[in-house]
Design a protein around this ligand. Structure first.
Ligand SMILES: Nc1ncnc2c1ncn2[C@@H]1O[C@H](COP(=O)(O)OP(=O)(O)O)[C@@H](O)[C@H]1O
Ligand SMILES: [Mg+2]
Length: 364
């Protein structure tokens, strides 16, 4: 029986067509690829795809619901629409800490504006002001502030002090933000990971103009470079296996030889030939098509064929009990460490903001 691979996509115009051509080439008539066609979505109906690559449902909720039904019907949806709906970047960082993979120090900030349909009483559990002094001491300045669930470099701010932070925070309206330590890096990588096994490391310089970002050199040399690339490769696999993403990129900023995972919730990463360049594009097309063929061949009707990561699988059926949670602390332990560091460090770099400026206070 001929198996069908579909791709669901939006404005992008290079990767999807190349992917379709490549799957058709490798599929040799037994596995065929096409742009997913939808003229109706009826509950409980299997529209016949063994595999669907999803590049757009983060923007189109209608597609997300379509894909959940498809997944229930047995389609291997890449990436798993249930997990994608549940995930966000702050949780990613917490999980990364538990796994012992370095991430920048990060705190979560409540949105500056109240979400629709809430009132002041919806925020009774928030203390006003928040413990800004602790947070600023912990993170330091300059710092990055960015959405806890976002992408495409939207609403990402670099702030040098608390005044700038509060000014920027006002612009972010209902977005839940993270405040994060800046990693001043020697090297920076953007790493593709497909099928939780194919890894492609791309040196990337976010400080350069857009069209030059993927043509940067690696500064580390010799043994240090070898070790660094091995660590980046290893961390990329571990993160994607834990999260269960089959199509994702991980960004690392390298400081003093240590790769910090900066951004690893990119389930529809940029794959456009005009930004990633010919060589990277060829790798992405080749390996995503190869993986699509593997998934189509493995596909079994009437069962779940979408991937679940180690975090979910281990939560449902623990392989082994958790012992000594790496790097995770109780709030009391964190406070104790902070006090000790503060005593050593003199004087405190930032002063606590005036109470009236605290953005946590919901707007009327
Ligand atoms: N903690 C950080 N330290 C240094 N640079 C950062 C940090 N966080 C973000 N950046 C810079 O901002 C860019 C966008 O942030 P990122 O977390 O990747 O968000 P997005 O999902 O919008 O791409 C990154 O590519 C990097 O250049
Ligand atoms: Mg990014």
């Amino acid at each position: 029986m001929i198996k069908k691979v579909g791709i669901l996509f939006g404005m992008e115009d290079t990767f999807p067509w190349a992917f379709i051509d490549k799957v058709n080439e490798l599929g040799k008539g037994k596995i065929i690829a096409e742009a997913v066609q939808i003229d109706k979505v009826q509950q409980g109906i299997d529209y016949g795809y063994s595999v669907i690559f999803d590049r757009i449902s983060q923007e189109v909720p209608f597609y997300r619901a379509y894909l959940k039904n498809a997944s229930l019907m047995g389609t291997a949806v890449i990436n798993n629409p249930f997990w994608w709906s549940a995930d966000e970047k702050f949780f990613n960082n917490c999980l990364s800490m538990e796994m012992g993979i370095p991430v920048p120090k990060t705190v979560l900030l409540p949105s500056n504006a109240r979400p629709d349909n809430t009132s002041e009483t919806s925020f009774r559990n928030l203390k006003v002001p928040l413990d800004w002094e602790y947070m600023f001491d912990y993170i330091g300045f300059p710092a990055y502030m960015k959405p806890h669930d976002g992408g495409g470099w939207k609403s990402v701010y670099r702030v040098e002090n608390s005044e700038q932070l509060f000014e920027a925070h006002k612009e972010t309206e209902q977005l839940v933000m993270m405040l994060q330590e800046e990693i001043v890096f020697d090297d920076y990588f953007r790493v593709y990971c497909l099928g939780q096994k194919y890894v492609h490391i791309m040196p990337y310089d976010p400080r350069k103009p857009f069209h030059e970002r993927y043509v940067s050199d690696i500064k580390a040399t010799g043994e240090a470079r070898k070790k660094l690339l091995k660590t980046v490769h290893d961390y990329t696999l571990r993160l994607n296996q834990a999260l269960g993403y089959d199509f994702n990129t991980v960004e690392f900023a390298v400081r003093d030889g240590v790769p910090y995972a900066i951004d690893f919730c990119n389930p529809a990463p940029d794959a456009d030939i005009n930004s990633v360049g010919q060589e990277n594009f060829d790798w992405i097309v080749e390996h995503s098509a190869k993986y699509a063929i593997e998934k189509a061949k493995e596909h079994k009707p009437n069962q779940n064929n979408s991937s679940w990561g180690g975090f979910v699988r281990n939560s449902i059926a623990p392989v082994k009990p958790k012992v000594g949670k790496v790097n995770l602390k109780t709030a009391a332990e964190a406070k104790k460490t902070a006090v000790k560091t503060a005593v050593k460090k003199a004087p405190a770099k930032t002063k606590a903001p005036a109470k009236t400026k605290a953005p946590a206070k919901p707007k009327k």
